[in-house]
Design a protein around this ligand. Structure first.
Ligand SMILES: NC(=O)c1ccc[n+]([C@@H]2O[C@H](COP(=O)([O-])OP(=O)(O)OC[C@H]3O[C@@H](n4cnc5c(N)ncnc54)[C@H](OP(=O)(O)O)[C@@H]3O)[C@@H](O)[C@H]2O)c1
Length: 257
């Protein structure tokens, strides 16, 4: 199926996508640009990946680096994006890490990984959300799209407890924003992917094998980043504003609730 020939008009919209250098975020950013948006393409270590996204632009979009483990870099990311885009219409909180953290690890090592996952997946999301809310409330409108996870609703395998906890926190945050700031023009959506074929997922495939993942899903093939991007464009457009607060699953019928 051709996922590039449809049109959702996003011209005039300014959008920040975190973790847009590879995987789901990259596909989201490429699609938003294809639909006419100006995009701040955030990356951490993979500048080349971010530059590949920009290769398909008309020059309005740009890449921007920040390590979301550090509070000061999160603030700088937001302030620089605001300076370059002027009005920010949509923030897509996608950057994340999936760290293998078995419980037979020494406590200190386990806690170090726990803190890192919470820092990148939840704390930076909290701070970017706070900064985004200040901006959106001042402008009287704005949309957040949070890339959550099936892990929140189904539970995760035992090595990824911090990951599941971080996505649970993100989901509650997103829902609270929808209820608390809707009258000020702010909408908040959660997209909850199941297993999606990206670099993040490769470690799991290597450990458990592809067949295990295929056995879990209801469809014949694994979800790809291109299967997530169209929904995010639709949520960004405003066409789905009355779904604010909703969590939309894209998990190939692996967990139906
Ligand atoms: N893949 C799945 O099966 C799956 C399932 C459910 C939910 N999700 C969620 O979907 C989102 C994207 O996942 P993905 O599979 O596309 O991951 P991915 O391919 O590993 O890409 C992760 C992105 O996050 C960025 N990132 C990682 N650590 C960062 C840090 N410390 N500071 C700033 N940016 C950082 C990376 O930037 P650099 O590469 O530039 O360093 C990269 O752009 C994540 O939130 C993930 O939890 C994924």
């Amino acid at each position: 199926m051709d996922r590039t020939s449809y049109k959702i008009d996003l011209s005039g919209l300014n959008i920040l996508v975190t973790g847009a250098s590879k995987g789901i975020g990259k596909s989201i950013a490429e699609n938003l640009i294809r639909q006419g948006a100006s995009v701040a393409v955030h990356y951490n270590s993979d500048k080349q990946g971010a530059d590949e996204v920009l290769a398909k632009t008309d020059g309005k979009s740009f890449s921007i680096q920040a390590n979301l483990e550090h509070e000061s870099e999160v603030i700088e990311l937001f302030e620089q994006t605001e300076e370059r885009l002027g009005v920010i219409d949509v923030i897509i909180l996608n950057a994340g890490i999936f760290e293998d953290q078995p419980i037979d690890m020494p406590n200190a090592e386990w806690m170090k990984l726990w803190r890192k996952v919470i820092e990148v997946n939840l704390n930076s999301t909290g701070l970017l959300t706070k900064l985004g809310l200040n901006h959106f409330v001042k402008n009287g409108s704005g949309r957040f799209v949070f890339i959550g996870s099936r892990a929140v609703f189904r539970g995760e395998t035992q090595e990824y407890l911090a990951y599941a906890a971080s996505k649970g926190g993100m989901t509650s945050l997103a829902r609270s924003i929808a209820r608390s700031f809707g009258k000020e023009g702010v909408k908040s959506f959660i997209v909850a992917p199941g297993f999606t074929r990206t670099q993040m997922a490769e470690a799991f495939i290597q450990k458990y094998g592809e067949q295990r993942v295929l056995d879990e899903i209801g469809l014949n093939e694994l979800t790809r980043p291109e299967d997530i991007a169209p929904l995010v464009a639709m949520l960004s457009s405003g066409l789905m504003d009355h779904a604010s607060g909703a969590t939309i699953d894209i998990n190939a019928a692996s967990h139906i609730r």
